[in-house]
Design a protein around this ligand. Structure first.
Ligand code: GZL
Length: 311
């Protein structure tokens, strides 16, 4: 794991500078890079001493980073857990050290609610529902006739966004499209472009009649587009594509007609996180889940939205 300690000078006014230990998932996607920038910029703006580590998508690296923050006696620990399970032990150590923990972006499953104070992040189940609902609009707009055969590129196995996006999508599919939609193939691409490209190539071999791709993030959709084109098919036409995140390159692909719709998942959580860190440090009560605001975009909105995109 790479760590850097970007101390941000004095906090002014003689108050003790808050030291925040942050363990980031990795740098697997455009979303993650934007999220990292947001956290670092917001910590600097807040005058906090930020200790930051990149776990390269490995849970053991996150656990050792959190342990090092406990040893350094930071004021608050924040992290985006790469997967939902396996955190109780290290979170109990943070609790024993009386260091409050704030989750950002992804959630954890835990037996003891007192092990973290709050989650600052999106509602991934709702993102899954939104993806299914916007797929209805995409199919209508494309004048699609006949069976809807869906390939699903799942996020990192065991990660909250992967579990919950699949669940939300399936909820709408089961309720509204039991007899005309079918997920014919589904596999993880680990949220990366390389993963999306590789798995989509395999999908096209095993299920050449797929006519829709639901990708849990833009990076996997962008990788998949390369494989779809290599197979001589038109992404956005022969295979309709709905993805989640709304990163810059996703919007570019949408403006080129290669992605049909994007459900936004906002990575710019930095300012909200720093606000919560202050409240938690001051012992104030905070909501258990601080949800991020985000929208949905159809292809014909992409060009106009592009210049104003912040990530
Ligand atoms: C979602 C975040 C996911 C993004 C992916 O909040 O955890 O992880 O959707 C990223 O792009 O890799």
């Amino acid at each position: 794991a790479k760590t850097d300690d970007s101390s941000s000078g004095s906090s002014g006014g003689g108050k003790k500078t808050i030291t925040l230990g942050f363990s980031q998932v990795g740098s697997e996607s455009g979303w993650r890079s934007a999220n990292t920038t947001s956290v670092k910029d917001a910590a600097k703006a807040a005058g906090y001493n930020l200790k930051f580590s990149d776990a390269q998508q490995k849970q053991e690296n996150q656990i050792s980073a959190i342990r090092s923050y406990i040893a350094q006696k930071v004021d608050v620990i924040a992290f985006s857990p790469v997967v939902v399970t396996g955190w109780d032990a290290v979170l109990k150590e943070a609790k024993a050290a009386k260091i409050p923990v704030v989750l950002t972006d992804r959630s954890v499953e835990t037996s003891d609610d007192s092990l973290y104070v709050t989650l600052v992040g999106s509602d991934f189940t709702d993102e899954g529902r939104r993806a299914a609902r916007i797929l209805e609009k995409v199919l209508q707009k494309a004048g699609h006739k006949g069976a809807v055969k869906i390939a699903q590129l799942e996020g990192t196995t065991g990660a909250a966004p992967a579990i919950e996006r699949a669940k939300g999508f399936k909820e709408v599919m089961d309720a509204q499209h039991k007899d005309d939609w079918k997920i014919v193939v589904s596999q993880t691409g680990d949220f990366t472009r390389a993963g999306g490209k590789q798995v989509m190539a395999a999908f096209l071999q095993s299920n050449p009649d797929v006519n829709v791709l639901f990708a849990h993030n833009d990076d996997m959709a962008l990788g998949a587009i390369q494989s779809i084109e290599a197979a001589g098919k038109k992404p956005g036409k022969d295979i309709l594509i709905v993805s989640i995140d709304g990163v810059h390159d996703g919007f570019v692909a949408m403006s080129q007609g290669k992605i049909n719709a994007i459900v936004e998942c906002n990575p710019l959580l930095g300012p909200q996180l720093m606000e919560v860190v202050k409240q938690v440090h001051d012992g104030q009560k905070v909501e258990r889940w601080i949800k991020t605001k985000e929208g949905d975009y159809m292809q014909d909105q992409a060009a106009a939205a592009l210049p104003n995109r912040k990530y």
